[in-house]
Design a protein around this ligand. Structure first.
Ligand code: SF4
Length: 428
């Protein structure tokens, strides 16, 4: 989706625009300078003077007039102080008050039902799943897919499977490590199929990487939950392989999975999750779910919801089904209306949030080797707050005295308390 961002007023408003731009991009959307190309427009309004109020209103009207098709989100001081008036202006779809500004991207995507499906399993979901940084890098080991999931355009767009030779992957990881990268995320369109065309498999690839590189942390990107070679979960006994898997389930209803032509039904998926959890305590399983797939009945939705709830996930990427031209699902009967998709998406977001909190709570009190990444400016108390990720991909923070640098270092910490965007830790 293309997004056009516009601001009036102070520097702070401009900075927020930049943050939103990055957050939209991290979720796989792009930012456009051309209003006419945008499907979504976000305006950061201003109310510092009456003139600023007037200009804010004019801008909203003009944008709606010039691109009436685009969804329009208005935030900022004018929208916060005059919420009712702003909400009634022609074309305004959503007001995000200043208090919710840090959740604007998420709110816009979910409340306007714009969180549509990724084109393929690893893009752009992968980018939004794993934060990029100077500490970690994606290493693509495979392209293409031989399956034909009915919602997926990948076989059309990417063609047959093609695996990179193991040595080429090892060389790339060694080169990255020499540049200071501490974590490599192994990705592929259908990662589980790695090696199919070169007489190898994923277990061989990972074992060789672990043996022939010294990268401290190796993580697997999105992995379709089938074709996992024998000995796969044994690999996680090596602490350099991070105990986190993103296994796209897509639906917790077998009849929906059949219509999606997925190769893994709910019983097999649950078995894989049990194996992972038995191999390593606090193994984090995250997933993708598509809500409102064509024909998804109320009963199937219930089944799916209950299954997801019973299994538990550390995080769920929720996508409202959107037909993609050229796929079989786009032509399936009984396409689901926007209102129902929105309701189901909202229910699942609430469930996902509470399951995430359960997973976080279960991890409190644990020790973890954290790869520390960026930090904030100095806090009021003169400390610096660093952020990082645990091996099982929980976002954590710790406050250290100014001057102490944790950047790109792996240091153990104790997980102390859950905050809304991270877990508070202390270094040990
Ligand atoms: S397994 Fe299915 S969803 Fe994944 S890339 Fe292949 S066709 Fe697409």
């Amino acid at each position: 989706m293309q997004i056009h961002l516009k601001t009036l007023g102070c520097r702070l408003n401009e900075a927020e625009l930049e943050t939103w731009a990055q957050a939209f991009q991290a979720k796989g959307h792009s930012v456009t300078r051309n209003l006419s190309d945008a499907q979504l427009v976000v305006i950061n309004s201003c109310a510092v003077t009456q003139d600023a109020v007037k200009k804010s209103k004019q801008l909203i009207r003009r944008i709606h007039r010039d691109n009436p098709q685009a969804k329009l989100v208005v935030s900022g001081c004018y929208a916060t102080l005059n919420e009712t008036e702003a909400a009634q202006l022609m074309g305004v779809d959503l007001i995000v008050g200043n208090r919710d500004k840090n959740r604007l991207v998420e709110k816009a995507l979910t409340e306007l039902n714009l969180d549509s499906m990724p084109a393929m399993s690893t893009e752009p979901g992968e980018v939004s799943l794993f934060s990029r940084g100077r500490q970690r890098a994606f290493v693509k080991v495979q392209d293409g897919c031989r399956y034909r999931c009915t919602f997926c355009i990948v076989t059309v767009a990417r063609g047959e499977e093609h695996s990179r030779p193991i040595q080429a992957v090892i060389d790339e990881i060694n080169a990255l490590q020499n540049q200071g990268i501490n974590e490599a995320i192994i990705t592929g369109v259908h990662l589980g199929g790695y090696g199919n065309d070169i007489d190898s498999n994923l277990v061989e690839l990972i074992s060789e990487i672990l043996a022939k590189t010294e990268i401290p942390r190796l993580r697997l990107g999105s992995l379709e939950p089938w074709e996992l070679p024998d000995g796969f979960f044994e690999l996680f006994k090596n602490p350099r392989l991070m105990p986190h898997l993103h296994l796209p389930l897509q639906s917790g209803s077998d009849s929906v999975l059949r219509r999606m032509a997925r190769r893994c039904k709910t019983a097999e998926f649950a078995e894989i999750v049990q194996l992972a959890r038995a191999a390593i305590p606090h193994f984090n399983i995250t997933t993708d779910i598509i809500v409102g797939f064509p024909g998804e009945t109320e009963q199937e939705w219930r089944e799916s919801y209950d299954y997801i709830q019973n299994l538990g996930f550390g995080h769920i990427h929720i996508f409202s089904y959107s037909p993609r031209e050229g796929t079989k699902a786009a032509g399936l009967p009984d396409q689901i209306g926007q209102e129902i998709k929105k309701q189901r998406s909202k229910q699942l977001h609430a469930l996902a949030e509470s399951m995430k909190q359960d997973f976080v709570s279960a991890n409190l009190g644990c020790l973890a080797d954290v790869l520390w990444e960026g930090h904030t400016e100095s806090l009021d108390n003169g400390m610096t707050r660093y952020f990082g990720y645990t091996p099982n991909y929980l976002r954590v923070a710790c406050d250290v005295s100014d001057g102490a640098s944790l950047e790109n270092r792996i240091r153990p910490a104790k997980l102390q308390a859950a905050r809304s965007q991270f877990i508070e830790t202390v270094l040990i």
